[in-house]
Design a protein around this ligand. Structure first.
Ligand code: ACO
Length: 446
């Protein structure tokens, strides 16, 4: 957040000068001076285009591979202060939401900007719950996947396929239609995830149970066997719900950016969500939780931790679940997750990999390599241990991230669509390739 600017500033010598919200730039190639407006501590990149060497010049651009220092949008959804380790949805702290809210209430908040009233919440839960079933044909193509297909690959395909079942979803500027697709996406994500999991086990699909909570029904579809009515363990149900709250949004991360970028072409929200899910799948993003567990298994014992850290410091491998583009402090979600883990381990038994994880964290938080680079545990460092203890296979971990993040993606997509400043996302490049050259026939090529 930007502090209010003082109208005047007192310089070191004691003289007073008027402060202006502008940036003065002198182009030393031409000697010309420019004054560029500053708003929210930011300059508009297109204001640089007036800086030209001559009239034919395209104008100056800013070069920012990986968007290290580029604001893509103005947003009212999620606030992060990475130095202080603060995360808020619509102004509410993640700590308070994790303690007092539920995932569906938080999703409503993220999507609508305000906490729901009692009747708004009941209506919202009713509609999401009544959109959990999927068309029977979706089951047929889930059945077509190989038995060991990664569930994220199945999810990405199945979400994209939903667009063919709901062609009216293309009507993206119709508020009613957007709301219907929102119910469908949030309602059906757990069903697609659970069906993908059951397919990998060769188990029959378990249908949604509308009497259960969002997290409880998900556990039902995953783990129900022969019982007439599945009763989720309340501690595990609550733990999963809290994890869903923690994963609901995280402003302009890789997958939210994919959602906005793909959505900016005005494609339907199912196709855009499939793209966002694909972005999340990567090991540097939501796939990191899967990699953390593989890494802890590879380390294998406490005595191997120092040697592994040595390899990390030598640049041979990464300490997965550590580091973040934005957080240069402890990820506030990781703190809450550690508490959730205690509750889960009490019921399911302590995960034997926990000691290795704690030792990695202890060494890393003291070691100069990690301290200097401000590398702290991120959200993915401990989630895998909880998921494993709850009985999820490693390949399901990124899926458990994608389900709750859907509400954040839709909120980001909707904000982008309704923002008059937004257009189709289309970055520029600095062309470094060949100049024009004549085509050489195959016999003439060296
Ligand atoms: N282990 C070891 N060294 C690391 C790690 C790590 N996990 N993360 C960053 N570094 C080092 C880099 O090598 C680099 O060192 P250098 O300055 O000597 O070259 C320095 O720290 C800065 O790292 P960058 O890669 O420039 O940071 P960036 O912001 O681009 O990357 C990222 C952030 C992708 C999260 C990175 O920290 C990483 O790969 N972490 C491991 C994967 C992971 O846990 N991802 C989940 C992120 S949370 C999420 O998406 C839900």
């Amino acid at each position: 957040m930007n502090p209010t600017k003082p109208e005047t500033q007192v310089e070191a010598e004691g003289t007073t000068r008027m402060s202006r919200d502008t940036l003065s730039v002198t182009d030393n190639r031409t000697g010309k001076a420019y004054e560029i407006p500053i708003q929210h501590d930011t300059i508009h990149a297109t204001d640089l285009r007036q800086i030209k060497v001559n009239a034919d010049d395209f104008g100056m651009m800013s070069y920012d591979p990986a968007f290290n220092n580029t604001a893509l949008c103005q947003s009212k959804i999620t606030y992060i202060d990475g130095d202080k380790g603060i995360l808020r949805y619509r102004g509410y702290s993640i700590e308070e939401l994790a303690e007092k809210s539920t995932y569906l209430e938080t999703a409503y908040l993220i999507l609508n900007g305000e906490l729901p009233t009692k009747s708004q919440l009941e209506e919202w839960i009713y509609h999401v719950t009544h959109h959990t079933f999927i068309h029977e044909s979706v089951k047929k193509f889930l059945d077509g996947f190989h038995y060991d297909a990664h569930p994220m690959g199945m999810m990405i395909s199945a979400i994209a396929a939903l667009s063919t079942f709901y062609p009216e979803a293309k009507d993206i500027f119709n508020k009613e239609s957007r709301l219907r697709q929102t119910y469908r996406l949030i309602g059906k994500m757990p069903t697609l995830a659970a069906f993908s999991y059951r397919h990998s086990l060769g188990m029959p699909f378990a249908y949604p149970d509308n009497d259960l909570s969002y997290a409880g029904n998900f556990l039902n579809m995953l783990f129900k066997t022969s019982e007439l009515k599945y009763r989720p363990n309340p501690t595990l149900e609550h733990a999963l719900d809290v994890l869903f709250i923690l994963h609901a949004d995280h402003e302009q991360n890789c997958s939210a950016n994919a959602m906005r970028c793909v959505g900016s072409s005005h494609v339907d929200p199912f196709s855009a969500t499939a793209a966002a899910t694909a972005a999340l799948y990567g090991p540097l993003h939501g796939g990191a939780n899967e990699e953390v567990l593989r890494m802890l298994l590879e380390i294998g014992s406490l005595s191997n931790v120092p040697a592994f850290i040595k390899r990390v410091k030598a640049g041979e491998t990464k300490l997965m679940g550590f580091g973040h583009r934005i957080y240069k402090n402890y990820d506030p979600r990781a703190r809450i997750i550690k508490r959730v883990a205690d509750g889960v381990f009490e019921i399911m038994g302590r995960n034997p990999l926990l000691n290795i994880a704690l030792e990695c964290e202890r060494i890393a938080l003291e070691d100069d390599y990690f301290v200097k680079r401000k590398l702290y545990p991120n959200v993915d460092f401990y989630t895998g241990l909880i998921y494993q203890s709850m009985g999820f296979p490693v390949t399901m971990f990124p899926v458990l991230f994608a389900i709750p993040r859907t509400s954040g993606w839709i909120a980001q997509w909707q904000e982008m669509l309704l923002d008059p400043e937004q257009k189709i996302a289309r970055p520029r490049q600095i062309y470094m390739g060949s100049e024009l050259r004549p085509y050489a026939s195959i016999g003439q090529r060296g």
